[in-house]
Design a protein around this ligand. Structure first.
Ligand code: GLA
Length: 381
């Protein structure tokens, strides 16, 4: 949204000009799926879809937010946070995490809007969390440290909202750089900004199916990974190499078949991320595409988090000559796939895949070329 339009909306709602406008993006994960909570590697990219907040500080410790998209206002007192079950829990969770860590927060009036589709695997909740954290940092006058804020946002999501996610989405929304993907070591939180290969476009392919029961399936995957890590005698599956995995699997295992499959995905996926980084450095787009494909197949066959719509979408994408590779992205069970496509043919790719997917699935997809955007930032103020 244009910042002037958002400022006008603020003006008409609060009858005053906003002092600041902040923004935080959603993300698409290029490769490294279900590796973050295994202390592994991921390669997300912030997308040109985001959450924007226009705001003005208050002096009475109150936070009032009008959501333009829901046409609803919600408010809370910083001094007495209590749990509810609407969208305002994300801002409250951020306030709680920051205050528990000793931050002195100021309240604010705000108008919020966003265009990250919800439940699509593009991290709309991380975008809200980081935009709110950015808002608190400008009105309360504390320094913005992307990794520190990402950790608080993850804490808010884990402990306040009650979703047991890893650190990838929050780090992507906080720390990405325009034009780059973010190579992240989820154990050390070390980051490297990795330039996208020249002449390629990243295309998001939204199946328009939404994940159901995702939390329980996600938590189940997490515990299967923990079971496998324990069996290998390591802190996390990050500590097992592909060679070691193969060697141990030849011996009489004792590890349940299902945990072995989950571990195989995570261990090979970590190796794929490292190879993807090398391929990007060498501008080897063909190899990068192959890694996308291998990642999807592993998520489909070993980690078992795809659905029919995602598999059909990925097939439709791969059939196009202009496509280097395609895979599901995010937690899975619905939502989006991502494809790496020849930039010059990207628009034709979008048309062709839309038609093929419609024909094969009977559903309308939403497919768009996306740009690597900047992490959480201040647009005005
Ligand atoms: C969700 C979680 C992330 C990550 C992905 C799977 O997006 O929020 O932490 O685990 O699923 O890679």
């Amino acid at each position: 949204m244009e910042t002037t339009t958002l400022a006008q909306q603020f003006n008409s709602y609060f009858n005053a000009k906003p002092d600041f406008i902040v923004r935080a993006p959603g993300r698409v994960n290029l490769i490294g799926e279900h590796t973050d909570y295994n202390d592994g590697f991921v390669l997300p990219m912030a997308i040109d879809r985001a959450v924007w907040i226009a705001l003005k500080p208050r002096t009475d410790g109150k936070v009032r937010i009008f959501s333009l998209d829901l046409e609803a206002e919600s408010a809370f007192e910083l001094a007495s946070l209590t749990r509810g079950d609407t969208w305002i829990e994300y801002p409250k969770g951020i306030a709680s995490a920051l205050q528990n860590a000793g931050y002195k927060l100021n309240g604010f009036d705000a108008v919020m809007t966003g265009d990250v589709p919800r439940g699509a695997g593009l991290s709309s909740s991380a975008a809200v969390e980081l935009a709110v954290a950015r808002a608190f940092s400008v009105v309360s006058g504390f320094e913005w440290d992307a990794s520190v804020m990402a950790k608080f946002a993850q804490k808010a999501e884990n402990e306040w909202v009650g979703v047991n996610c890893g650190i990838m989405d929050q780090m992507a929304s906080a720390a990405c750089k325009e034009g780059y993907a973010l190579f992240l070591d989820c154990r050390s939180l070390e980051i490297q900004h990795a330039p996208l290969p020249q002449g390629t476009s990243v295309v998001i392919l939204d199946t328009s199916t939404r994940r159901g029961l995702v939390d329980s399936a996600y938590n189940e995957r997490r515990s299967q990974c923990e079971e496998a890590a324990q069996w290998f005698g390591v802190k996390a599956l990050r500590d097992v190499s592909v060679d070691e995995f193969q060697r141990k699997m030849k011996e009489d295992s004792g590890l349940s078949e299902i945990a072995a499959k989950r571990a195989k995905h995570v261990i090979t996926e970590n190796a794929r991320v490292l190879e993807a980084i090398r391929a990007m450095k060498n501008s080897d787009v063909k190899r990068l595409g192959e890694l996308f494909n291998a990642s999807h197949n592993s998520l489909r066959d070993d980690f078992e988090v795809t659905n029919d719509a995602l598999n059909i979408m990925v097939e439709c994408a791969r059939e196009q000559e202009s496509c280097y590779g395609a895979r599901m992205t995010g937690a899975g069970f619905g939502g989006c796939a991502v494809a790496l496509v020849d930039e010059e043919k990207a628009e034709a790719f979008v048309q062709a895949v839309s038609a093929a997917y419609r024909q094969r699935s009977g559903c309308e997809a939403s497919i768009y070329v996306c740009k690597a955007s900047e992490g959480a930032n201040i647009l005005k103020g």
